[in-house]
Design a protein around this ligand. Structure first.
Ligand code: AMP
Length: 283
């Protein structure tokens, strides 16, 4: 497995591969791997000749009071896991290489960042759009894999790829969960034992919502109230948002007539967790 620590080396290698008519799959990450990341690598491995994973904690997508400085990291462990997952190259750039002095370009999407996490994290998706564009230009992948865990991010990247004519296929990976249902996340490491129990309120409320819709409930407000009460009954929880929306446009829906995205962000202590599921109307 190759390790590239600067963008020039990475891009030179990718250019050479292109010349040899080899295809490249990219899995962008912020590291501190768990099985969710590995599932994306396993998905990507079969899609192209080479599998590149990037590890970069992108300062541009963190707000001033967020966890950029404390974001967990264990590069040695990540490299071992990546190698086992069949990764052929890891791109591990430093901040200065990605954002040299006088960096000033931004990418703005008009609608999609106005919903869900974009409302609570101003500037976050602008930061995501820039880093993903840069990774696309440096690694030059044919395919890139993103997780549905960050559903809004996935939609934004699909839109950006379409709008800006990137010749890259975007592949989505399912959410990987712990045995008890908690969506895997690098941030789960912040949780105390008590908070870990409260964190289960997210996946459990998705289950409650699924059950209610299967039983015929079509009014999102009724389900919203029920799961809001449920989440609030756990210690140290504070809801950022619970949204029933169109899975494509992310606009709020008023009746569950077709598949609907139920997405939520909840703070457990100081840790902000997200989860989502597409729920289907019952009979
Ligand atoms: P991150 O390192 O958190 O930026 O995530 C890198 C990629 O892994 C993103 O495309 C995420 O959506 C995806 N990811 C994170 N957690 C999970 C999970 N539990 N299951 C599947 N994919 C995930």
């Amino acid at each position: 497995m190759r390790i590239f620590k600067n963008k020039k080396q990475m891009q030179e290698w990718s250019k050479k591969l292109k010349k040899d008519a080899k295809t490249i799959c990219l899995v962008p990450t912020m590291g501190y791997f768990h099985q969710g990341h590995i599932s994306l690598m396993e998905k990507g491995r079969s899609l192209c000749d080479e599998l590149v994973v990037s590890i970069f904690v992108n300062p541009a997508q963190f707000g001033p009071n967020e966890d950029f400085d404390s974001y967990p990291s264990d590069i040695d462990h990540d490299l071992k896991m990546a190698e086992q997952a069949g990764v052929t190259a890891v791109f591990l750039p430093c901040k200065e290489d990605i954002y040299p002095e006088n960096f000033q370009t931004g990418i703005e999407l008009k609608h999609l960042p106005g919903f869900l996490c974009g409302r609570c994290r101003p500037g976050h998706f602008a930061g995501v759009a820039v880093i993903v564009t840069k990774l696309f230009n440096i690694v030059m992948p044919d395919v890139a894999v993103f997780g549905k865990k960050d559903y809004q991010q996935l939609q934004i990247i699909k839109q950006m790829v379409k709008d800006l004519d990137f010749d890259i296929e975007i592949v989505a990976g399912e959410i990987i969960r712990e045995k008890d249902g908690l969506a895997m996340s690098s941030r789960n490491t912040y949780l105390s034992d008590q908070q870990r129990k409260s964190a289960l309120s997210l996946s459990k409320s998705l289950e409650i919502a699924k059950k209610m819709t299967e039983q015929g409930e079509k009014n999102p407000s009724v389900i919203h109230r029920r799961i809001q009460e449920f989440i609030n009954s756990f210690p140290e929880t504070s809801i950022d948002y619970i949204s029933f929306c169109d899975p494509e446009t992310l606009e709020d829906i008023e009746e569950i007539k077709q598949p609907v995205l139920l997405a939520m962000a909840v703070r457990v202590g100081t840790t902000r967790l997200i989860d989502n599921a597409v729920i289907h109307p019952g009979q």
